[in-house]
Design a protein around this ligand. Sequence first.
Ligand code: UDP
Length: 240
Amino acid sequence: MEKRAKLYEGKAKILYATKDPRMVIQHFKDDATAFNGEKKDTIRDKGVVNNLISSRLMEILGVVGIPTHFVERLNDRDQLVFKVQIVPVEVVIRNRVAGSLAKRLGLKEGDQLHRPLVEFYYKSDALGDPLVTVDHVELFGWAEHEEIEWIVETCHRVNDALLAYFAGIDIDLIDYKLEFGRIADDHGEEALVLADEISPDTCRLWDRKTGKKLDKDRFRQDLGGITEAYHEVATRMKLM
Ligand code: UDP
């Protein structure tokens, strides 16, 4: 499948049209940003490693029955995915306290939550992706009531699968961000699927024994060894 026109360029990925109007190519760049674009750099090999990791995680979720946009990995940096209309909310699932949850509520990083927490953030760079409630999502028409219910239920299924998978490679899945999109299903009806990416850019992944951060916090917090940490995740996943 060849790339045609560039449709959209984001911070870490580019979307290209293909000859099939139902599909697009998702290209992974080495660019990294944090703090709503204030901190910028490139991380060597990041696009290649995130393409590998996200492809495998989407495949694993597909196997357990989660519908995703993922079709196939085409090469080092490209994957073929279904074209979706993105639901304009970022859904964050948390198993332990970290990042903005620790900051906002004055909680201790690393504390275990007694059940997974699902949060919604409105996708708006201009507003800095504000935290919103399910009621905002419904009232402003970003998703319908039934869609929100499906998204929350699906997040819990994704979380069960990912927690078990990462535990098997000695990694604690602290938190992560998911995005969902709408596609026309085989009957021409709109259906929701898991979209975007799942990678060390969008997850907090800590080594189970040492607590070492194997994710984008190494970039956010200037901890160094970013490429090595991403490679470590891919190596444990037997992708490198
Ligand atoms: N996250 C993301 N994209 C965003 C915001 C958050 O992928 O635009 C991920 C982040 O990597 C972490 C989780 O979602 O794994 C929770 O992030 P948090 O709300 O703590 O925000 P942060 O303090 O990391 O900006």
